[in-house]
Design a protein around this ligand. Structure first.
Ligand code: UD2
Ligand code: MN
Length: 549
């Protein structure tokens, strides 16, 4: 701490004044959460012509991206946390207390400079990449709720220090009605020294989705860049993002998200081989880049096409964000908006990429330091339902309910989605099946014909006990261990006979190939396979629900 920030320099002329990046500030300054129809304010509903990519995009003058982390220069290289090192803190009481407040080790964070240096973990060749001279400018929107002081400041300083100043139109901090004292006047006072930082304090909790919309409405840059409030941007993080949008204004781009370990604050690379997906519970998932995408890309540093984004860190042209109807303002607090934006980006004419040349570290935490007024699970389920109802085709909606039968019974009200469906219609978006076939080829739609569903397994008409792509199979320990057959889960693909279970009227679940029964004998804690002739009570099973064919 105590080092003078050096990121703020007088604004130079930005590219927004250039002809093919017509400023959109006029149309967007009045955008509020009611205007989410995807319709332009002049009433036209056709796709925005200004979003067509400039013809000369790849013949313009270029320059080499930033490769030197300027903040490493005047500092003590052995100070705590420098170069992304972690700190092991043995003060267990303090650490526990810190986790209670922040859901991460705030105690360690407070010991690390808010301008600490980071390792350059970009993919090979990134530090000599060329980017266009006329990059669009960006407004960085960071919303926060109950964020810790040191992590919030480190976020803002990393943006100021590691971005070419002329590209940053402003940094908009949206305080989502936090109650903590340091996020009020103290924050306002601190940020006064940075003319580019604007703060809005929302009087009432909006949730991260509507808070972002409030920030976006104030933005005057060409591109919106969203960040979480506990990140650290790496050297040269911004230019690759803006360069992709310069080439294609319907490109939505994410930095590679590195990991700031929540206990030690060690910065570690997430590599160059992951992309976003989702499962049929509508949870975001990290997947290994599949072979067809590896083959398409010629180098390690090439953009990775990604079916979905994690949600927190990305850049999008402001006009494209508007064309897509921004976010569904009916989404509450947290969750679902990442899949909504991912689905419609692909389905409605855009692309979504992760850039191995742009690195931003994020503190992944296990819980949140803020409350969910409507209940955590309920809120996320309701948000997911809205997204499913609007963006999936009939067959995928059915698949979703089949994997989540409890949702049908709970009859959760997801509110009115007609305006969002109209948006999809008006934009002439492609089908969800097209999206799966084209950008998420390895994703399979689950078999819808289940005969029964339990808490964690579905029993389909092929007589498999399935959990998504995984199936229940017997496992036989080596004979010398003299242990009974156990159960494992394995990929369902290519297992054939091994997967077949017969559920009898009396309740037994028989593994057909071996004629053994699923059992949890009293003295065992886990299910095993035993002789069916025991006919014991511990061999009787019941699913939560049974279905007709
Ligand atoms: C991930 C995303 C997050 C968001 C979320 C799904 C990353 C790294 N993070 O969860 O951005 O897309 O998935 O919705 O991809 N916040 C508010 N008001 C609220 C709740 C949160 O302002 O009511 C802020 C919060 O302070 C943080 C940001 O929104 O800066 C994201 O919340 P998070 O960090 O708790 O979400 P995360 O990273 O678990
Ligand atoms: Mn986060």
């Amino acid at each position: 701490l105590g080092k003078q920030p050096d990121g703020e320099t007088p604004t130079t002329k930005t590219s927004s004044s250039k002809s093919h990046y017509t400023s959109t500030s006029k149309t967007t300054s009045t955008v509020n959460q009611e205007n989410t129809s995807g319709r332009k304010l002049d009433g036209s509903t056709v796709k925005d012509k200004d979003l067509e990519s400039p013809q000369d995009a790849d013949t313009v003058p270029m320059h080499v991206v930033r490769s030197l982390d300027v903040t490493t220069m005047p500092r003590d290289p052995v100070a705590p946390g420098e170069n992304g090192e972690g700190i092991i803190d043995d003060d267990i009481e303090k650490v526990e207390e810190a986790f209670k407040i922040a859901s991460f080790n705030q105690h360690v964070s407070d010991q690390i400079s808010i301008e600490r240096s980071l390792p350059d973990v970009r993919a090979e060749g990134c530090n000599t990449s060329l980017v266009g001279d006329d990059l669009p400018s960006t407004s960085v929107v960071i919303c926060f709720c109950e964020e810790s002081w040191s992590t919030l400041l480190r976020t803002v300083h990393s943006v100021l220090n590691r971005s070419p100043p002329q590209l940053i139109k402003e940094i908009i901090l949206v305080d989502d009605a936090s109650s903590r004292d340091h996020l009020k006047k103290k924050l306002d006072d601190y940020m006064k020294r940075f003319p580019k930082v604007k703060i809005i304090h929302l009087p009432e909790r909006a949730g991260l989705i509507r808070a972002r919309l409030r920030g976006a409405a104030l933005a005057t840059g060409d591109v919106l860049t969203f960040l979480d409030s506990h990140v650290e941007c790496g050297v040269g993080w911004l230019e690759p993002l803006l360069d992709r949008i310069r080439l294609n204004r319907r490109a939505v781009v994410c930095p590679s998200i590195d990991v700031i370990e929540m206990r030690t604050f060690r910065y570690s690379s997430s590599g160059h081989m992951t992309r976003g997906g989702f499962d049929w519970r509508m949870h975001f998932r990290w997947n290994t880049v599949p072979d067809y995408e590896v083959a398409r890309r010629k180098t390690e540093k090439a953009p990775i096409r990604s079916p979905t984004m994690a949600g927190g860190l990305f850049s999008i042209h402001k006009m494209f964000f508007e064309e897509l109807g921004q976010y569904d303002p009916g989404l509450e607090i947290w969750g679902g908006e990442n899949l909504e934006l991912s689905f419609k980006t692909w389905m409605c004419g855009g692309t979504l990429e992760i850039l191995p040349c742009s690195r931003v570290g994020h503190i992944f935490r296990q819980s949140q330091p803020y409350r969910f007024p409507g209940g955590g699970l309920q809120t996320v389920q309701r948000n997911s339902l809205r997204v499913v109802q609007v963006w999936m085709d009939e067959i995928h909606r059915k698949a979703f309910y089949a994997v989540n039968p409890e949702l049908k019974d709970m009859n959760i009200s997801y509110g009115d989605v007609s305006a969002r469906r109209q948006l999809r219609e008006r934009l002439g978006c492609k089908s969800f099946q097209w999206y799966l076939d084209t950008v998420y080829k390895e994703m399979r739609v689950p078999d819808l014909t289940f005969q029964a569903s339990g808490e964690s397994f579905l029993y389909n008409w092929e007589n498999h006990l399935r959990h998504e792509e995984l199936c229940l199979v017997p496992y036989f320990p080596p004979p010398e261990e003299k242990r009974p057959a156990e159960l494992h889960i394995d990929w369902c693909e290519g297992q054939d006979e091994k997967l077949i279970w017969k559920h009898t009227r009396k309740g037994q679940i028989i593994h057909v190939q071996t004629s053994l029964c699923l059992d949890v004998p009293r003295d065992k804690r886990r299910p095993i396979l035993t002789d069916c002739t025991r006919k014991s009570r511990t061999q009787k099973w019941k699913f939560l629900k049974y279905f007709d064919k």
